[in-house]
Structures are given as C-alpha cells and as structure tokens.
Write a protein that binds this ligand. Structure first.
Ligand SMILES: [Zn+2]
Length: 430
C-alpha cells in the first residue's frame, strides 16, 4: 500500500516544519517536495458512501468492520458508511452500532468516522430498497437517536414524509411523532437530520418542511454553519424547475439546449427559489445563510457538473459537502443493481438511479476539470465535512496530511510515509 516517499523520490526532498504551513507542533517535521501543488491537513471524507470494495454496508450480516477500516485506510479517506435500514434489520443495526462503539473505544477505528442511515422515514423511495422505508414510532426514533453517542452521525429523512400526499401518511398513528419532535430528539443525541427524498406533488409545502426543520434545529441550539442539519443530494429526488442531468447518449443530445434554458449564469441566491424551485431554492438559500450544509454530487451524472459547480459557487464551499453515494458492488442490501453502457451509475430494477460508482478522487478530478479552485475543492471534500463531523485532523500519533503532487495525484500520510490511494475493485485487488 505504501510507497516510499513517492514525491521525494521524484523531486528534491525538502525538510520543512509543517507548523509553518499548517499549525502542527514545532517538533513535527515532515518531508515534502518543494513543488507540491496543494497541501492540507486532514483526509478526504466519503460523507455518504454505500460500499467500498467487496463491502456492501447495507448487508449487515456480512459487514466486517475491520475490513472496511482497512479498505478506507488503504484509500487514504475517512468514511461514513451509509446504509438502508429495513425494519427486519433494526435490531441487528443497533447491535452493530454497539460493536462499532466498543471497537472505536479500543482505538480500532480511525478511518471509519461514524455511520449514517438513509431512511427509514422517506416520502419518496428514490433508489431506496422498498423495505428500507417505514415509519418509526416515538420509541424507535429514540432508539435510533441513542445511537448518536455510539457513532451514528446522521439520518436521512424526508421532512415532508408526514404530509397528506406522502405514502407514509396513512401509517401515522398517535405513536408516530411530528417532524419537530424528531428533529429535536435526534439533535439532542448528536444525530443530524439530513434532508432528502422529497415528494413531487406540492413543492411549496415540501419547502416549508425544510424551513420547519431548520427552525426546529435553531430552537434546539444549532449554531450557524454548524451543519447540524445536512441534506442528501442537492437536486436529486426533489421537485425541480429545470433539467439538472443528462445521463444517456440520447439525453446528452439535448444538453446544450436545456443547459442554456437553465441559464445558470443568471442564478443568484435571491432568485434560486424561483429559478430552481422551492425545495432546492430553500436548501441553497439556507445553506448560504448557514442554516444547513448541503451535500452535492460531483460525479457529473447524478447532477451535471456545470450545474453542481454553479450551485456550489452560490452557496459557498463552507456550506457544501461533496458526496459520492458510491458503492463498488452491484448490490444495496437485498436489492441487486445494474449498470448501463453510457454512464457510471447504478440503477435498481425500476430504472431509478440507486447509487454512484465514482469515488472521491474521481469527483476531485471532475471538479478540477470544470475549473473549481483547489481551495474550494479541498474545502468541500475535506474541510467542511471534517468541521461538520468534528473530526480531529491530528490523532496522536497519526498526523493526517494530504497533498496534491505536480503529477496531479493525491498523496496522503500513512505512518511515516507518503502513500497513494489503493483500491480494491469488485472481483480483483489493485
Ligand atoms: Zn445514498
């Protein structure tokens, strides 16, 4: 996995004090090449990720925490494994969180920095396996919230899931709490609500639910720019007033015309509500103002890269997290996925996009190629998610450093050496 100082073997090694660059203790010295393009403290964060290598995080029966930890360490990333939660696996999930917490206390997890669940309270299935959508009772919400101290970082919820148009509305009884109670209870235990999977029937009412969530979080003590409220993918699985992605060869024939119609250059934080639609507009405006942190996919396929770039510009990188929604195997729990010839996405049986396959480095490349500045890239892939998760950038004795060489590759500190990301691909090891 490690290569012996790949940069210094190529360039003149220079011994410099990292303190002068990034605030480490004066005794900390690292060997750096003089021609490093970019150096930063920390590791990129895969904030929303469904699988790495052979691991499908939703397959709790086969999930090996040590194997995922090793895979994340080899890739030089920090990872928040994100899984779907069928009711039948609720108890197994609670047990897994307990196990993770004990292992973390034993110092076995530096690269898995917590878990997330996508669902179960979703108003729109999107690519979610259907058994991963259900309505928790007050007691079950409390059980989920109590996973906060064990390492549960966020829960994807549809804030509009209790509106009359929602498929879950009919299941609601007195045992099922209101949105405000859910938001407050999660936050009291350190679990963030992440908003996504919106209804498409009443955009204004759904946007109002986003606003209610942000207000509830404020009342519960959320500070501006804390990221106590986050989102699932901005623009995906929500009602839009413009075309945001062109995924097939046929679609791409219309890209130029439809992209021109979206008129990205004219977007402003004051007009996105009107131009993009009430739900994405409210998310972008609140993210810009610090009421939430938005997650956005830069694989170019969930959302067109020019659309993603413009949204990030308007919001500001300190309120954007680059998410991959990645998995490396064609499964999400019980659901088998398939690929198409003309893109890199994974689809479920009904033809809905279920996950991506591009990792964080592929997204960094995309961001760079479309002209996003190096500073903004590293803010969105590392600084913002690290801030939101409260991650230390230096865990004694490990100091996390990432740099981009003049060869355009990413290097990270692994022990005393510089290493490049090493990935296990499905069915083979590279
Ligand atoms: Zn996902």
């Amino acid at each position: 996995m490690s290569v012996s100082s790949p940069l210094t073997s190529k360039f003149d090694p220079t011994r410099i004090s990292a303190d002068s660059v990034h605030g480490f203790g004066p005794e900390t010295f690292v060997t750096l090449p003089p021609t490093v393009q970019h150096l930063a403290r920390g590791l990129p964060v895969e904030f929303h990720c469904h699988g790495i290598g052979s691991a499908d995080f939703s397959d709790l029966g086969r999930l090996s925490l040590s194997a995922v930890e090793e895979a994340a360490a080899r890739e030089g990333i920090r990872c928040v494994p994100t899984l779907y939660l069928p009711f039948s696996r609720f108890e197994a999930f609670l047990a897994m969180m307990q196990r993770f917490s004990e292992r973390r206390a034993d110092g076995l997890h530096e690269n898995i920095v917590g878990f997330a669940v996508e669902g179960p309270m979703l108003g729109s299935f999107g690519g979610t396996p259907e058994d991963g959508v259900w309505l928790p009772t007050r007691r079950e919400w409390l059980q989920l919230a109590e996973c906060g101290p064990l390492g549960l970082r966020y829960v994807v919820i549809s804030p509009d899931a209790l509106l009359p148009d929602s498929p879950l509305a009919a299941a609601k009884t007195l045992e099922h709490p209101e949105l405000e109670w859910i938001v407050r209870t999660l936050l009291e235990h350190g679990v963030r609500p992440a908003l996504g999977h919106f209804l498409k029937t009443s955009p204004e009412a759904s946007a109002e639910c986003v606003q209610r969530t942000v207000e509830s979080a404020r009342e519960a003590g959320a500070r501006p720019f804390s990221g106590d409220v986050t989102t699932d993918h901005l623009f995906n699985d929500m009602p839009l007033r413009f075309v945001h992605a062109w995924r097939t060869r046929q679609d791409r024939e219309r890209r130029q015309v439809e992209l021109a119609a979206a008129d990205l250059a004219s977007w402003s934080i004051d007009t996105v509500l009107e131009q993009c639609g009430p739900v994405p507009g409210t998310i972008m405006r609140e993210a810009h103002l610090g009421g939430l942190v938005a997650c956005l996919n830069f694989d170019g396929e969930h959302v067109d890269i020019e659309v993603a770039k413009r949204a990030a510009e308007l919001i500001g990188s300190r309120s954007v997290i680059a998410m991959t929604d990645r998995t490396d195997r064609p499964f999400l729990g019980s659901q088998a996925l398939s690929r198409r010839a003309d893109n890199s996405l994974y689809y479920q049986a009904k033809g809905i996009v279920a996950a991506g396959s591009r990792d964080i480095d592929a997204q960094i490349d995309n961001m760079r190629h479309c002209g996003i500045s190096e500073a903004d890239i590293w803010t969105m892939v590392m600084a913002t998610p690290s801030r939101v998760l409260g991650l230390p950038q230096c865990d004694a004795p490990q100091t996390y450093l990432t740099c981009v060489g003049t060869d355009g590759k990413r290097y990270f500190r692994s022990g005393d050496e510089w290493a490049t990301p090493c990935r296990e691909t499905f069915g083979s090891t590279t």
